[in-house]
Design a protein around this ligand. Structure first.
Ligand SMILES: [Zn+2]
Ligand SMILES: [Zn+2]
Length: 251
């Protein structure tokens, strides 16, 4: 597990792309906020991404979580344990991160779709990355949606329930950028196309199309997705394109 690409999208905003999941680094005066942390096995890669932006793991002041899927919270226990970093999520997502409930595609669901292009090789790869590990994280705290967080980069949590019940995007007004998590992606190893899109229905745990609505009105032209490359252009256009792919989904 060594794939890493760190893409600078503003002076202090970086999309970090691991093999099968992304995370975002926000930097301010040498201190960092992490948005998500990849699969459990990505911890060394997340640490490498921190070094690539000129910082150390000890410089992380907070971790904000888009949602409680294993490919986004695999490093919480490590970074909280090592550096005491506070971890924040939407109040509705907190019990999911704690695994008091689980809204995630099951191994049986994945197996039923294993004949589809890309699914089998992806599932084997993410299993090696720790997808079946217990990543329950108890120390997550609720954030206040809509208010800039007192963390480097001042991200604003934007509730985007749909992919999961408490899914949240993080808007960085100074960069016109939004970390959209899995509420709006631009590619996925199991998806037939690239570009703004919603993931397959197997991955969704609510009204994912409605979850796009809060994004459309943001003053943003850089999309930092949970899966896929950076997308540049008015976010309202990206949302429109994603709605079209959603309507065309076959599974
Ligand atoms: Zn997800
Ligand atoms: Zn994901």
């Amino acid at each position: 597990m060594s794939a890493l690409e760190v893409v600078r999208v503003g002076d202090d905003v970086f999309l970090c792309r691991g093999r099968d999941a992304n995370w975002v680094i926000l930097r301010e005066d040498g201190e960092l906020t992490l948005v998500d942390t990849g699969y459990p096995a990505y911890v060394p890669v997340v640490e490498e991404s921190i070094r690539q932006v000129g910082a150390r793991p000890e410089d992380v002041r907070g971790i904000v979580v888009t949602h409680g899927h294993v490919d986004h919270i695999g490093g919480l226990a490590h970074f909280h344990g090592r550096c005491g970093v506070p971890v924040l999520a939407h109040p509705t997502e907190v019990p999911h991160v704690r695994r008091e409930r689980l809204e995630q595609a099951t191994p049986a669901q994945v197996a039923r779709n294993a004949h589809r292009r890309g699914v089998l090789t992806w599932s084997l790869r993410i299993t090696r990355a720790g997808a079946l590990k217990d990543v329950a994280f108890a120390d997550v705290q609720p954030l206040v949606p809509g208010e800039p967080l007192d963390l480097p980069g001042r991200p604003v949590p934007v509730p985007t329930a749909g992919h999961t019940s408490g899914h949240t995007a993080f808007f960085v007004p100074t960069a016109g950028a939004v970390a959209t998590g899995d509420g709006l992606c631009t590619a996925h190893p199991t998806a037939p196309t690239t570009g703004p899109q919603l993931l397959a229905r197997m991955f969704q745990h609510g009204d994912d199309v409605a979850g796009l609505d809060p994004l459309a009105g943001l003053d943003a032209d850089v999309v930092l997705p949970g899966h896929g490359p950076v997308h540049r252009g008015p976010i309202a256009e990206a949302v429109r394109a994603a709605r079209e792919t959603a309507a065309a989904r076959t599974w």
